[in-house]
Unconditional design. Structure first.
Length: 343
C-alpha cells in the first residue's frame, strides 16, 4: 500500500463513526492475523518504513496498532535513517587543490616531452608565462618521465641546430617533347627550406654549375653559409670546388651510391617532379626554365610545408574570417592555386 493510500485511509477513518470504525479495525486485525499465519516475513520497501517512522511521532499508540512487524524493527529503521542523515550531512567536502583540465595536462606533457632538459620548476615558470598558474608538484605529477640518462637532445634537434648555414645541390633530368634530356640544377637552403636557385641546361659543365652556385649564394640576401652538400657526380669538377671555396663553403661529399645522405635535396626534387614536371611536357630549355622558376617562386612564398608547421619558407600572412571573401590566384595555369582574402 502506498503512502497516499495510507493518508486516504486515515482521512476516511477520521470522518467515519466510532462504531463503524471499531468494526473495520477488528476486521483488519483478523485479516492481518491470517496473513501472519500464512506469510512468515512480509516484504516491505522504503516507503513503508518511512510511513511507520512518521507514525511513531504522530500516533501515541503506534505500538498497539503495529502488527505486521515488531516495534523494535521500526526503531531500528529510525536509527538507520538517522545515521544515514548525519553521514550525508557530515560528508567531507572536496579538499586539496582544484583539479586541472585535461587540456592543461596535455600541455604539461607536451612541454616535458619537447624539452627533455627542463624540470618541474622550469615548466611551471613557462606555464605561468602562458597564463596557467600551476604548482610545481602538479607539474611533476603529470610530466613525462624520462629514463635515467635520457635527457639528451633528440636527433631531429641536433640536425636542426646544424641546418643553419648549410645548403645542398643536386641535378635531375626532364625529357622534352623532342625526347631531349634537360638537366635541372637545384640549390636548397636547409635552414629555411627555400629554393635558392634553379637552372636549366642541355649540356651541364663544371663552369656552368659553378656559375649557378655563384648566382645562388653570391648576393647579399643570402645568410652566412658554411657547408655545401653534394654527391660525387663528375659534373662537379675542380672549377666548381674552387668556386665553392672562394664563396666560403666547405664541401661535404656524400658517400658513393648514397642519395639518402643528401635527403633534403632529394626530397625537394621529388616535390618538383610530383607537383610540376610530371604534369607538363616542356618544348625546350626556355619553356622548362619558366615553368620551374614559377614553381620555385610558389614553393618559397605560398606552398604550405608540414616541416614548417603549415607555413611557407617565406612567412605567409595569417588571415581571419573578417578580412573578406576568399580569392584564388592560379599557379602553373591552374595546376595549383594560392588562396588569400580580399581585404
Amino acid at each position: 500500500m502506498s503512502p497516499l493510500s495510507h493518508v486516504l485511509f486515515a482521512v476516511r477513518a477520521l470522518l467515519a463513526d466510532r462504531r463503524r470504525l471499531a468494526l473495520e479495525n477488528i476486521a483488519l486485525r483478523q485479516q492481518l492475523a491470517v496473513l501472519r499465519r500464512s506469510v512468515k516475513r512480509p516484504k516491505l520497501d522504503d516507503r513503508d518504513r518511512v510511513f511507520w517512522i512518521g507514525m511513531v511521532r504522530a500516533l501515541d499508540t503506534w505500538r498497539e496498532t503495529l502488527l505486521i512487524v515488531k516495534p523494535d524493527t521500526v526503531v531500528k529503521w529510525h536509527r538507520a535513517g538517522w545515521r544515514a542523515y548525519w553521514r550525508r550531512a557530515s560528508k567531507p567536502k572536496k579538499v586539496g587543490r582544484p583539479a586541472i583540465g585535461w587540456e592543461l595536462v596535455a600541455l604539461i606533457k607536451r612541454l616535458s616531452r619537447e624539452n627533455a632538459l627542463w624540470g618541474a620548476p622550469r615548466i611551471a615558470a613557462e606555464l605561468k608565462v602562458l597564463g596557467h598558474d600551476v604548482a610545481e608538484t602538479t607539474v611533476a605529477k603529470y610530466m613525462v618521465k624520462h629514463r635515467p640518462g635520457d635527457s639528451s637532445q633528440t636527433w631531429s634537434t641536433f640536425v636542426r641546430n646544424h641546418m643553419a648555414g648549410t645548403i645542398a645541390c643536386d641535378f635531375f633530368t626532364v625529357p622534352t617533347v623532342a625526347f631531349k634530356n634537360l638537366y635541372v640544377f637545384v640549390v636548397l637552403d636547409h635552414g629555411s627550406r627555400r629554393i635558392l636557385k634553379v637552372g636549366i641546361t642541355e649540356h651541364p659543365t663544371a663552369e656552368w654549375t659553378a656559375q649557378q652556385l655563384v648566382e645562388a649564394v653570391g648576393d647579399e640576401d643570402t645568410p652566412d653559409l658554411t657547408h655545401l652538400i653534394r654527391d660525387r657526380d663528375k659534373i662537379y669538377g675542380d672549377v666548381f670546388t674552387r668556386k665553392a671555396e672562394a664563396l666560403g663553403l666547405e664541401e661535404v661529399v656524400t658517400p658513393k651510391a648514397s642519395p639518402w645522405c643528401n635527403g633534403y635535396a632529394e626530397r625537394v626534387i621529388g616535390t618538383i617532379r610530383r607537383e610540376c614536371t610530371d604534369h607538363v611536357i616542356p618544348f625546350d630549355e626556355r619553356h622548362l626554365l619558366r615553368l620551374v622558376k614559377e614553381f620555385a617562386a610558389y614553393y618559397n612564398a605560398d606552398r604550405c610545408h608540414q616541416s614548417l608547421d603549415g607555413d611557407a619558407p617565406v612567412k605567409r600572412r595569417r588571415w581571419s574570417e573578417a578580412d573578406g571573401d576568399v580569392t584564388a590566384r592560379r599557379v602553373l595555369g591552374g595546376l595549383h592555386h594560392v588562396y588569400t582574402r580580399a581585404a
